[in-house]
Design a protein around this ligand. Sequence first.
Ligand code: DX5
Ligand code: ZN
Length: 217
Amino acid sequence: MAHVRITPSILNADLDNLESEISKISSVSDLLHLDIMDNKFVPNLTWNFEAASEIIRKSSLPVDAHLMIEDPDIQAPKYAEIGCASVTIHFEAAQNVRATLQAIRKEGARAALAIKPNTDFEVLRDFRTELDMILIMTVEPGFGGQKFMQEMMGKVRKSRELIGDADIWLQVDGGISTETIEIARNAGADTFVAGSAVFKAQDPAAMVTQLRKLATK
Ligand code: DX5
Ligand code: ZN
């Protein structure tokens, strides 16, 4: 079994006490998943580049930036440059997917490509050699706390096949909880975003540990 990574999303954490929220999960998590939304690509607004930079600078965990914005070609390399460990762009938003993935890598971050639920798996094939991570969205991007779309598991299985023995992580994002993580793991995912499951739990660190255990067994 591939290495399992748990990447908590702070979208539904207590945003007034972010540092303390991050510190609750930092010793048990692999990366911090940061959801950047511009109210254009998705109908929700989170942090702009300046605000995100501050979170990234202060975070005790390496950051996995998920860019749900309409101009990732311009923004993504900037997130890589300021030290994100991984930067994800959406296929549906990027003007030049290949060049943007290459620019992310050039700045020293892992380059990742996400597809929304209605986007065909096949679009990913072309970019295999440019990718360090594939993100299969298991909800419509925009909000935390939505229901896991099990019908996305076909795309996860196909991604696992496409990856073969390449060093490409396979992430799922949306509705991951103790109820659903094994379904995603069985389909081939190895990197799991969990937002509300972690930050609505009484003990977020224990929840991360429990999710990891379920994904590993
Ligand atoms: C949704 C975001 C997710 C979100 C996941 O657009 O990309 O990262 O925070 O939240 P949960 O785990 O609650 O579905
Ligand atoms: Zn996300």
